[in-house]
Write a protein that binds this ligand. Structure first.
Ligand SMILES: [Cu+2]
Length: 139
């Protein structure tokens, strides 16, 4: 009984245990091999996951070479956007949101569209050329 108590006496066992613990800590640090886990991974660009260019702040879009340029624009609520056809052949400016007055087929010159006052992203396209697409961000 006396011997058992003697062995468990912290004043005797303590220092030896601390030395053992220190050895384990050093061994553990060496085993990490200098780290590498500290380098943060590149989070990319969370605000622009697809790498899509930000919309251009303008109220003027050209229709040229079967494309809207710039196709993705940003305007103020209720803004008037001018679409100018430079191709000399027919295009439309058709908004998916039917509450917006779209522009029917026209071959040249400037036409305007009044955007809603409600903020949001409004997609439009040319009904004649499926590849012609764009968006107006009202913000
Ligand atoms: Cu077109």
């Amino acid at each position: 009984m006396f011997a058992r108590t003697f062995i468990l006496d912290p004043s005797r066992v303590g220092p030896r245990s601390l030395r053992l613990l220190s050895s384990l800590l050093i061994a553990g640090a060496l085993a990490c091999g200098g780290g590498g886990g500290d380098t943060p991974t590149n989070p990319g660009n969370p605000g622009n996951p697809g790498g899509t260019p930000a919309p251009v702040a303008t109220t003027s879009v050209n229709l040229q070479s079967n494309a809207f340029s710039p196709a993705d624009i940003q305007v103020s609520p209720g803004a008037t956007v001018t679409f100018t056809n430079l191709d000399g052949y027919a295009h439309t400016v058709t908004f998916d949101n039917t509450s917006i007055s779209s522009i029917g087929s026209y071959s040249s010159g400037a036409q305007t569209v009044t955007m809603p006052t409600a903020t949001g992203t409004y997609a439009y396209h040319c009904q004649i050329h499926g590849s012609m697409k764009g968006t107006v961000v009202v913000k």
